[in-house]
Design a protein around this ligand. Structure first.
Ligand code: DX5
Ligand code: ZN
Length: 215
């Protein structure tokens, strides 16, 4: 699997050092967990940080917008993101979100919380480039991987096949070297990981383990 490093739990006092270390260690992308304190019970960071990260790295930047009314916020992140992921639970007009992202030539992702039916993705799944399956309730790093996630990943994989979508499947929340193989076997291509990387003494070893020897 590819590994997208969520910087939510990195050392922000030394952000540029952390970004260099994690990209040198092999992270395929930097994952920005943008939280508004409304859609999720936490407030993280916004556009100024996304701008700084974009300047600091050459790997793709994925902005995971855990925000209410993403319609108006997406535009602010477009210049700094290669992939913008919004939540199906938060978007009143998901088609408009996709239009805004695609007309800027960027990739669009849709995310769903653990209690949101996978079937709710059906109208959009053929239009997005990534489905981000939340394996925790969003808002915090370091949470436990929810056990029903592999079944949900398989359901998303079936939906992608049925609809002829070419979306990748990413998984976000509680991933570690012990559960990443289950996630890969269920059909995921990208592991989003924060604490399993940034709480580890060896970022390269952590990323290698999270790949669980799949491409
Ligand atoms: C939840 C965040 C986290 C983060 C990864 O809102 O999206 O899932 O990316 O956190 P860890 O890998 O520490 O569970
Ligand atoms: Zn995330």
């Amino acid at each position: 699997m590819k590994v997208a490093a969520s910087i939510l739990d990195c050392d922000f006092l030394h952000l540029s050092v952390e970004l260099e270390a994690v990209t040198e260690a092999g992270a395929d992308a930097i994952h920005l967990d943008v939280m508004d304190g409304h859609f999720v019970p936490n407030l993280s960071f916004g556009v100024p940080l996304a701008r700084a990260v974009r300047r600091a790295v050459t790997v793709p930047v994925h902005s995971h917008l855990m925000v209410s009314e993403p319609e108006w916020l997406i535009e602010r992140f477009l210049p700094y993101s290669d992939l913008i992921i919004f939540h199906i639970e938060a978007a009143e007009m998901p088609a408009q979100c996709l239009e805004t992202i695609h007309s800027a030539g960027k990739a669009a992702g849709i995310s769903l919380n653990p209690n949101t039916p996978v079937e709710s993705l059906r109208p959009l799944v053929a239009e997005v480039q990534d489905v981000l399956v939340m394996s925790v309730y969003p808002g915090f790093g370091g949470q436990e991987f929810s056990p029903e996630s592999p079944g949900r990943i398989r359901e998303v994989a079936r939906l992608i096949k049925e609809t002829g979508s070419n979306a990748t499947i990413s998984v976000d929340g509680g991933l570690n070297p012990r559960n990443c193989a289950i996630v890969a076997a269920a059909g995921a291509q990208v592991a989003v990981s924060g604490s399993a990387i940034f709480h580890s003494p060896d970022y390269a070893a952590a990323i290698k383990a999270l790949r669980c020897s799949t491409p």
